[in-house]
Write a protein that binds this ligand. Structure first.
Ligand code: AMP
Length: 198
């Protein structure tokens, strides 16, 4: 595992622990020799994690669509910045560059990115680990809802288990390093493909 993709808020949120966990996760990624792949912005928690990795001596690869660059929210101090023509290309580029995915607290963009990589995994398009940092119980109600969807028969228990949850960055990185995503896809087929197939 060489690169971890982090999805997180383009806002800072109103609890200081959201910013604190982004700083700690950045330091942990560098300690584990993992480069950061993220959305390339210099706003909110996104900026905090990018700065944390850079300040700790790590490499940061940003992937941002031209439309957001034009609105001057791109970070100009990264190791690499990929500018894509649209959001879809941006998300597939981030996924293809990464060996694992981690979601921090965030809003609609973060949730969309998290659920997209989970959906690709349950369809067997990739077998990369996916982690959720449940800082200060931020995701408790979402996790309860996901359990409801399993009980209601919409998500298989083995696909629910594709999401590794932890409260602290070190614990999450250790857990995703040993995670073994199911090989059985939603249609019951066993196969291995990569996000390039999406
Ligand atoms: P949100 O959780 O709604 O704040 O959206 C954050 C996620 O969406 C990030 O992981 C980014 O990939 C993307 N995103 C949203 N806003 C921006 C922005 N201003 N600059 C770069 N990426 C953004």
């Amino acid at each position: 595992m060489k690169r971890a993709c982090v999805y997180c808020g383009s806002s800072s949120g109103n609890d200081p622990s959201f910013t604190e966990v982004a700083i700690t996760l950045g330091q942990s990624l560098v300690r584990h020799k993992l480069d950061l792949v993220y959305g390339g912005g210099r706003v909110g928690i996104m900026n905090v994690i990018a700065e944390s990795v850079l300040n700790s001596g790590g490499d940061v690869i940003g992937v941002i669509p031209q439309s957001l660059m034009d609105r001057e929210v791109g970070h100009d101090g990264l190791t690499e910045l990929h500018v894509t023509s649209n959001m879809h290309e941006r998300k597939s580029t981030m996924a293809n560059l990464s060996d694992a995915f981690i979601a921090l607290p965030g809003g609609l963009g973060t949730l969309e990115e998290l659920f997209e990589v989970l959906t690709w995994s349950q369809l067997g398009f990739h077998r990369k680990p996916i982690g959720l940092l449940n800082t200060a119980g931020f995701y408790d109600s979402l996790l309860t809802f996901l359990e409801e969807t399993v009980k209601a028969g919409f998500i298989k228990p083995e696909h629910h288990a594709l999401l590794t949850v932890a409260k602290e960055p070190e614990e999450l990185i250790e857990a995703i390093k040993t995670a073994r995503p199911t090989e059985v896809d939603k249609l019951g087929h066993t196969h291995q493909t990569s996000p390039a197939d999406t």
